[in-house]
Ligand binder design. Structure first.
Ligand code: 13P
Length: 250
């Protein structure tokens, strides 16, 4: 069975104190036994403090981005080695907002995955189609192309990669993909992963759904075939909502 995961992507929200309060509230409200792995991805500026707070708990820290370069004269970039030295275990790569506003694609994303692999950080690799692409029936091709452009040729085990399907039209819009639409696309991704890595690895990689996941739709989405958890944006900024989403796995 693929591992069940709920990850919170705070995006460019919260100042450090708010981020710490949010993390404390999440930790305080978490039941002892969780039905899934929980990951928090704060902005870079509070990563270090959140990591210290999470240390020794069942909640793991992740970053929202990583440089495609290893080190050197790349002003403003944060390298995979720097993240690993801080204790980061996961990093989001290829989020649609990075694709849309920072023109990240293809080789850049592939290099980011290489950098993360070098230091043992697990990528949460995001794929998803725009509304236009879905309306013209291209969602499958778009997602397969995004996987093909960046994923490594081989993996040693299924826990080295997490994939997140995030239809761009569902992100921050309140328009969730229906459980059937999401499950259908997760099935397409699953088949591709099996084809690429074989069933013992490709069949076990966690595939998360992201796009307006809320407490009232999480349980149904998470009950669908090949939906192994969620990548949560807006609702991850509210501790009570995020906890209800985590509890949707119990
Ligand atoms: P929302 O949950 O706000 O739609 O954002 C989803 C997302 O982009 C997570 O990475």
């Amino acid at each position: 069975m693929p591992e069940k995961i709920v990850a919170g992507n705070w995006k460019m929200n919260t100042l450090p104190e708010q981020g710490l309060t949010l993390s404390e509230s999440v930790l305080g409200a978490l039941p002892e036994i969780l039905g899934c792995k929980v990951i928090l991805c704060p902005p870079f500026t509070h990563l270090d403090r959140v990591i210290r707070l999470l240390k020794g708990t069942s909640v793991l820290p992740g970053s929202q981005n990583v440089s495609a370069y290893k080190q050197g004269a790349y002003t403003g970039e944060v390298s995979a080695d720097m993240l690993a030295a801080m204790g980061i275990q996961y990093s989001i790569v290829g989020h649609s907002e990075r694709r849309q506003y920072f023109s990240e694609r293809g080789d850049t994303l592939k290099n980011k995955l290489v950098r993360l692999k070098e230091v043992g950080i697990i990528p949460i690799f995001c794929v998803g189609e725009t509304l236009e692409e879905r309306e013209s029936g291209q969602e499958g091709t778009v997602v397969l192309t995004q996987l093909n452009e960046a994923l490594p040729e081989t993996l040693e085990n299924s826990t080295e990669l997490v994939v997140a399907y995030e239809p761009v039209w569902a992100i921050g819009t309140g328009k969730t993909a229906s459980p059937e639409q999401a499950s259908e696309m997760h099935g397409v991704i699953r088949q591709d992963l099996i084809h690429r890595y074989g069933s013992s690895i490709g069949g076990e990689i966690s595939i998360l759904y992201g796009g307006s996941v809320k407490p009232d739709n999480a349980a149904e989405l998470f009950s669908m075939d090949d939906i192994d958890g969620g990548l949560i944006g807006g609702a991850a900024l509210n501790a009570a909502d995020f906890i209800s989403i985590i509890k949707a796995f119990k």
